[in-house]
Structures are given as C-alpha cells and as structure tokens.
Design a protein around this ligand. Structure first.
Ligand code: BG6
Length: 536
C-alpha cells in the first residue's frame, strides 16, 4: 500500500514541512476492487509523457491540473512529466513556458512560487517529431533517467494530446520501441476525437488493440470527469425518491443543452472539419445522456457502470436517412453586433473556408427504445456563439392529470407542465426543482417557485476540475470515468446517419446570428412534438 505521513500543516507548501515515507506497492485489480467507490486513492509513483506538450490542452488543462494535484499532494511526489512536441526547447524553456500557462490558467486556485519550484524540478522536455523513430528512443532514455532520479518505479502514463491523425501511428511506435512494456504498468490516454466517424473509430480501435490491451487504453471524455456529471449518479442512485419518477410514466421529455458563448477561438482549422455534432454530441453529450438515462448498475465499479452506459447507448434508436431532416437540425452562426461589439461570422473566422458547410450548432431528437424511456424525446442541443455559457439537463415531468387550478396555469406551456428538474452542470453548478405554489392572498393563484441546491454554498469547497479527477484515475488504474470501445462505437452509430445526411446537404448558412439561441428550425423541431426549448 502506498502511504504518506504528512505533517498536520497539510495546506502549507509541502517542501517547507514535508516529512514523507513511501512504501510502494503496485495498484492491482485486487486493490481497486477493495475501493470501487474511490474514497482512498493510492496514487503510485509514475512518469507522464505528454505528446503535444506545447499544444493548447497541455497549457490550459493538463499542466495546471498536474500542478494543482501536486500542490494538494493528491499525487505521489515521486513523479515526473516528460513533455514532447516538435518545438525545440530545453527543459528550462519548457518549465518557463509551462509556468506562464499554469499561473494563467489555474482555476480558482492560488499560484505558489515555492511549490512551483519543486514542481518544475519534475518537468522535462524531449523535442521530436512523432513520425521519427529517434523521438521514441529519446523518450525512452529520458524515462530511464527519471525512473532513477524521481523514483517513478517504471510506471508510465502516455498522454496523446496531438493531432488525432497521429494516434494510431504513435501507439504503433510505442509498441515497436517497447515502450508499452516495462518494469511497471504502461497506460495510454487518448484524447478526443476518437475517430472522425464510425468507420475510422473502429479502425483506430483495431490498430490500438494490435499493441495495447483494452485495459491499458484510456479514452478520455472530460465531461465524465466533471463533478456535476458524476453527481447525476449520486442523485439518481444514492436517493430513493427520484428513481421511481425517472421513466416514461412521469417524464414528458428531457432537454440537454451545452451552449457556449465563445466562437472557435483560433481552432478554426480543426473545427471546420469537426463541427458541433462531432465535437460535442458524439462524445460529451451522448455520455451525459447515457448517465441521465442508464439503468442502475448492480455494483458501482468500472465495468458495471460502463456496461450500463454502453447498454443505454445501444438502445438509442438509429435514425433512418429519411428521418434526419425531422430529428436533427444543423446551424452555423453569422456575424452580428452583440452588446456594442461586432462578432465575426464563422465563415469570417481565421483559417475557415468562406463557404464552409460546418455546423457550429446542432440539435438532435433521440429516442431510447427500452421499457423505461419508450416514447420520451431526448432533445440535445449545442452551439458556439450562443448568448451565454451554460450546460444543463432539464427533466420535464408530465402535467398533473387534472387542471384543478387551470385558470391560474393556462398562461403557457411552462405553467402547463409545472414540474421541471434542472441538473446544472456549469457554470452555476447545482440542482433545482420547479413546482407550483399558492401565492399569498385569498384566491387560489399559483405561481412557479423552485427548490435549489447549489454546490458552492452547500459544500463551500472547490471541486476538482475534470482533468484533475481523470488524471488521478488513470494513474490509479481506474477506468470508470473513461469510455470503453463499445461505448464509443455505440455513440458513433447514433450520430452517423446524421453525419452522412449532412455531408450530402447544401445548407443555406449562416442561419443564426452570433449571440442568439440558434436557428429557427430547431424551435420548429420541438414544436412538432408540442414542446419548446427552455431558456436556461
Ligand atoms: C471540447 C470541445 O471537447 O469541449 C470544445 O472540443 C468545447 O469545442 C469544449 O469548447 C467544452 O468543454 P467545457 O468543459 O468548457 O464545457
């Protein structure tokens, strides 16, 4: 068992007060099984190799998360990061660059110069091209070095944060250079997008499996690591009162919204090829749908939870080509003036083709063909340049069978279906339940009110970011919040007919203004079912 004896002054910069004893034992299936609820994380020593280390993800998310974990001593202090990318840099230049990023992108946390000095001693850099065999030899040498200098015990976590077209080649090269085997464990985290469509995702899986066993493949979907997404399972299965209502008998429809106010932020070239459906719905939002709608697992462990998610995704009805127009809407933002500011249209963004047919907005109606959800539409929408950044899930319950107070509630659809449960994923994390209440006065005048739970005020502590959680999980060998091959396959299957149909359609874009809630066709899609999008 890995143990550390930290002084009582837990929050002091550790290098001033640290007394540490480390007894290392490898994390095995057996000790994972002892703690499926993940209270007690025994994070073993390890080296993390980040391919694409000078990229955006590394700067904005990975290094700030690792620094934060180090600061809070949630990872072993016997660790090292080996960054690799094409940019030539020395270790010190890499450290300086990362210092700039970490201090800039650290979310809700102080930057501590002294802790940084200790952390920076764990950072190394190897410049190299991933298609050049010498790069892998240089990485191996560096790993041998840090295994000695930082006692990383031969454990290595590779993080592929490069261009997706390199994933298969990189895994193959890791295998060919014997980097996937060693004294300790070897795991590979693969960033999204996992494939460009169903066929390429299957091919990528095959290529990866020629080198790695599925148990060492960690396909990351950072939405699954968000505290609020994990809380959906706690809310549903840790309480007794919601689950009986969680089905077609009580639920009228579900809306999942992931709106972003930002545009494509310098990612025009990638985004132009991806589009909103691939970028958000195929991965993040299908996993959120699976979490909201899955059956309770019999045991809370990696395989049982993932089995249920996969089963749910397999139950989603696959659209016929002729149904796509009815159940899916594509949009692209055009230029607009918002709050006195001129916003560019997507086609005017840098590196974007002025005739691009890319969807920057996508809305889909899914149906889940199982006993629990038959006939309940699940509406999912996502878009760039929406009026605000908000991700939430709204569960709309049926109206009461008789409108006893209907005089007071006939003012519109909202009141006609008073009971709405909203799971707020971000930014104001929490849960609220809307119901009707009598307004003070002599008449039976009803008004919607809500019961609110707010993460911030209820717990009063910072939640770890998704990447902090997921990095610790990969280091401990816990794949519960990572996607499995069958889940990825099923989520490509449900979007593939839409992708195929859109690829053969010439859209009249732009069809919504930057700063608006999306194209009119999206409202019409819901209106056909007698529903409206709520304004989050
Ligand atoms: C990424 C997408 O996976 O998720 C981005 O590629 C998107 O386009 C981002 O902006 C949203 O993540 P979050 O955590 O900010 O909601």
């Amino acid at each position: 068992m890995y143990q550390e004896n930290w002084p009582d002054t837990y929050f002091w910069p550790y290098h001033q007060t640290r007394t540490m004893s480390v007894i290392v034992q490898p994390v095995t299936e057996a000790n994972l099984l002892q703690d499926p609820l993940r209270f007690d994380r025994h994070v073993p020593p390890c080296a993390i190799v980040i391919f694409g280390a000078s990229g955006d993800l590394s700067k904005r998310k990975l290094l700030p998360s690792l620094y934060r974990l180090f600061y809070e001593r949630r990872i072993s202090q016997s660790f090292a990061v080996v960054g690799s990318s094409r940019t030539p840099m020395s270790d010190d230049q890499f450290r300086d660059k990362m210092k700039e990023s970490v201090s800039k992108f650290l979310e809700d946390a102080p930057f501590d110069e002294d802790v940084w000095k200790s952390f920076a001693q764990c950072l190394f850099y190897v410049a190299g091209d991933m298609s050049n065999p010498e790069s892998y030899e240089a990485i191996r040498e560096k790993l041998d070095e840090v295994e000695q200098s930082h006692q990383t015990a031969g454990n290595v976590l590779f993080y592929l944060s490069t261009q997706p077209s390199f994933y298969a080649e990189a895994v193959k090269a890791l295998g060919a250079h014997n980097l996937t085997k060693g004294r300790g464990w070897r795991r590979v985290i693969i960033e999204k997008p996992f494939g460009h469509d169903l066929q390429s995702a299957r091919k990528l899986n095959e290529e990866i499996h020629q080198v790695l066993d599925e148990s060492n493949v960690y396909r990351i979907d950072h939405y699954l690591g968000k505290e609020t997404v994990q809380n959906i399972l706690a809310f549903r299965f840790g309480n007794g009162i919601f689950e009986p209502l969680w089905n077609r008998r009580y639920v009228d429809f579900i809306q999942i919204t992931a709106a972003e106010s930002i545009g494509v932020e310098g990612r025009g070239a990638y985004y132009q090829e991806a589009g909103a459906l691939r970028d958000m719905i195929q991965n993040h939002l299908s996993q959120v749908m699976a979490t909201v709608a899955m059956e309770p697992p019999t045991v809370f462990d990696a395989n049982n939870v993932r089995d249920e998610r996969a089963k749910l995704l397999r139950a989603v009805r696959i659209m016929k080509p002729e149904e796509v127009e009815k159940y899916a809407v594509s949009g692209q933002y055009g230029p607009a003036k918002v709050g006195g500011q001129d916003l560019l249209g997507f086609r005017q963004e840098p590196s974007v083709d002025p005739n691009a047919q890319t969807d920057t907005y996508a809305a889909v109606t899914f149906f889940i063909d199982n006993w629990r959800w038959a006939g309940v539409p699940i509406y999912i929408r996502t878009g760039k340049r929406m009026p605000k950044r908000v991700t939430d899930i709204a569960i709309q319950f049926h109206a009461p069978p008789l409108g006893l107070f209907s005089q007071e509630t006939k003012s519109g659809l909202r009141e006609a279906r008073p009971n709405l449960l909203v799971l707020r994923i971000q930014p104001e994390e929490g849960i609220s339940l809307r119901f009707l209440s009598k307004s003070p006065g002599s008449g039976m005048r009803l008004r919607p009110v809500s019961m609110d739970f707010n993460y911030g005020s209820s717990f009063g502590e910072r939640s770890p970011t998704a990447y902090e959680t997921l990095l610790v999980d990969a280091m401990t060998g816990d794949p519960t919040l990572y996607t499995r091959q069958d889940m990825v396959d099923a989520s490509w299957q449900i979007v593939q007919p839409i992708l195929d149909s859109w690829a053969n359609t010439k859209f009249d874009f732009p069809n919504y203004d930057a700063g608006s809630w999306g194209p009119k066709a999206s409202e019409e899609m819901l209106a056909r079912q007698g529903h409206v999008w709520r304004i989050p």
